[in-house]
Design a protein around this ligand. Structure first.
Ligand SMILES: [Zn+2]
Length: 273
């Protein structure tokens, strides 16, 4: 990702954002009929390079003691960087789920939507990149690596899913709506986007974000995507509020991919097929 400007929501930040986020969650939770704990997942993408924002993100989750899945780009992570991360947090803690985010975050599609693991590539090259990616991360992170895959731009081909399954990955995480009918591998999809929103103004963006949050609670599965490179003070404020609300609510249970039930279980929970 080369873009670094926060999306319109945070550049045109509505003054009543706190009340609206709080009201959305409270109203959606009030409507729930199921007494079951509601799984919540946070996934941060484009990890590998140390920056002020990245360390601030780790500090925020550590402060709230809330689990986080981190999608690491294999070519961005070096031993030196991993050692530096390790001096900042205990990387072996179950609070963190360090997993794979592509190989080099490169688009290979000549036309259409951006994709690193898409239809433009041969099965051989897809396989090579998945294998060298997980080998590199295992080599650097050792047992702290969890075999899950977040494809860059939240999409990948059916062939990639089959390869992931063959190579022993335990799940994938794409956007909601990318799922086909045939689930080869568990998909812990994302249904709330905090930082790459495309609306035209802040008010509309906040409304759309609240809609996503409310719908996700209604689906009994909330999975929130984070892009720390795009975060500003306002984005940190909003995430801080969300983490506070989530940690205060006994109904919500934050997990990583490692503790989540598979998508078959999730589809039973959410009533979707
Ligand atoms: Zn990415």
């Amino acid at each position: 990702m080369t873009q670094s400007r926060p999306c319109i929501l945070y550049r045109d930040f509505p003054g009543d954002w706190r009340q609206r986020i709080r009201r959305t969650l409270v109203t959606a939770l009030d409507r729930l009929e199921s007494p079951e704990p509601l799984p919540v997942l946070f996934r941060a993408d484009d990890i590998g390079v140390l920056s002020t924002n990245f360390l601030r993100l780790l500090d925020l989750f550590q402060h709230h003691q809330i689990p986080l899945c981190l999608a690491v780009v294999p070519t961005w992570l070096t031993r030196t960087r991993w050692t530096a991360i390790n001096t900042h947090v205990d990387t072996s803690s179950t609070q963190w789920c360090w997993h794979q985010h592509g190989w080099s975050h490169t688009n290979h599609q000549a036309t259409g939507k951006k994709c690193e693991f898409g239809s433009a590539r041969s099965i051989r090259s897809l396989r090579d990149d998945l294998e060298r990616g997980s080998n590199r991360l295992r080599d650097i992170m050792g047992r702290d690596f969890s075999p899950f895959f977040t494809p860059p731009w939240n999409r990948c081909s059916q062939e990639t899913l089959a390869l992931l399954s063959t190579l022993g990955f335990r799940g994938v995480s794409r956007s909601k709506g990318e799922q086909g009918r045939k689930a080869i591998i568990d998909d812990f999809y994302i249904n709330v986007d905090l930082h790459t929103r495309k609306e035209a103004d802040g008010g509309t963006a906040l409304e759309a974000l609240c809609d996503e949050l409310g719908r996700a609670v209604g689906e009994h599965y909330v999975a929130i995507m984070i892009h720390h490179q795009l975060m500003s003070q306002s984005s940190f404020d909003l995430l801080d509020l969300l983490l506070s609300l989530v940690s205060q609510c006994g109904t919500l249970k934050v997990c990583t991919f490692n503790e989540l039930p598979g998508s078959n279980m999730l589809s039973r929970l959410t009533g979707s097929s």
